[in-house]
Write a protein that binds this ligand. Structure first.
Ligand code: ADP
Length: 209
């Protein structure tokens, strides 16, 4: 299987702090990779670099053979904390990136309806984020990321703030969506059970130093 993502010697320093030691990682298309490690070992730093939200101090990241030098619609991101636009409804949140791409309202509505159904939020289209539980907000965040049809999905402890029961449901949901769409996924977690349950490959980072 072809590599969709290549991380080559990527390192991140903040002044004297080495946040991420030189790291290599190859991700094949359709891989579901979990990155496991204790807090502070550089997992989020790596994910943010792949997302184009931060820049490495050495090395390079290639997505589909092209060097990443900023954020882009080819990467879908879901963070632990809720990042929905509070002034937009569920439907509008999911349409946000589609509108940016220049799709007509009819095209946006069709795609949004499909992903709202997939994440189990039918009849919540016109709710605002503050009217939803944490788990439901993460469903919206997942739908919003998927609606943009990214080449790779980047998830940073997406279920870390949820109670255990909701977390287990969300894990099942994400796996069923992954099986359906065969997306490539990079999933950061510090939870060993989660990392093993979700992944078809688990990459372990060790604590500094
Ligand atoms: P993890 O996601 O594994 O918990 P992070 O990638 O968030 O770890 O952080 C790795 C290390 O880099 C930590 O020691 C953290 O303190 C440091 N770090 C992260 N961001 C910054 C920053 N903006 N400035 C200085 N140090 C940072």
């Amino acid at each position: 299987m072809a590599n969709i993502l290549s991380v080559r010697g990527v390192e991140r320093r903040f002044d004297k702090t080495l946040a991420l030691q030189a790291t290599d990682l190859d991700v094949a298309e359709n891989d579901f990779i979990t990155i496991l490690g204790p807090s502070g070992c550089g997992k989020s730093t790596l994910l943010r670099i792949v997302a184009g939200l931060d820049t490495q101090t050495a090395g390079e990241v290639l997505l589909d053979g092209r060097r990443i030098d900023g954020p882009g619609a080819d990467r879908g991101m879901v963070f632990q904390s809720y990042t929905l636009f509070p002034w937009l409804t569920v439907h509008q949140n999911i349409c946000f990136g589609l509108r940016e791409k220049g799709m007509t309202p009819a095209q946006q509505a069709e795609i949004a309806a499909r992903f709202i159904a997939e994440v189990g939020l039918r009849s919540f289209e016109n709710h605002f984020p503050k009217q939803l539980s944490g788990g439901m907000q993460q469903r919206v965040a997942l739908a919003r990321a998927l609606a943009n049809d990214p080449k790779i999905l980047l998830l940073d402890e997406p279920f870390g703030a949820l109670d255990n029961q909701t977390r287990a449901l969300m894990q099942e949901l994400l796996l069923s969506i992954w099986e359906l769409h065969r997306k490539t996924v990079l999933f950061v977690t510090h939870d060993v059970d989660e990392a093993i349950f979700m992944a078809n490959r688990c990459v372990v980072f060790s604590a500094r130093p």
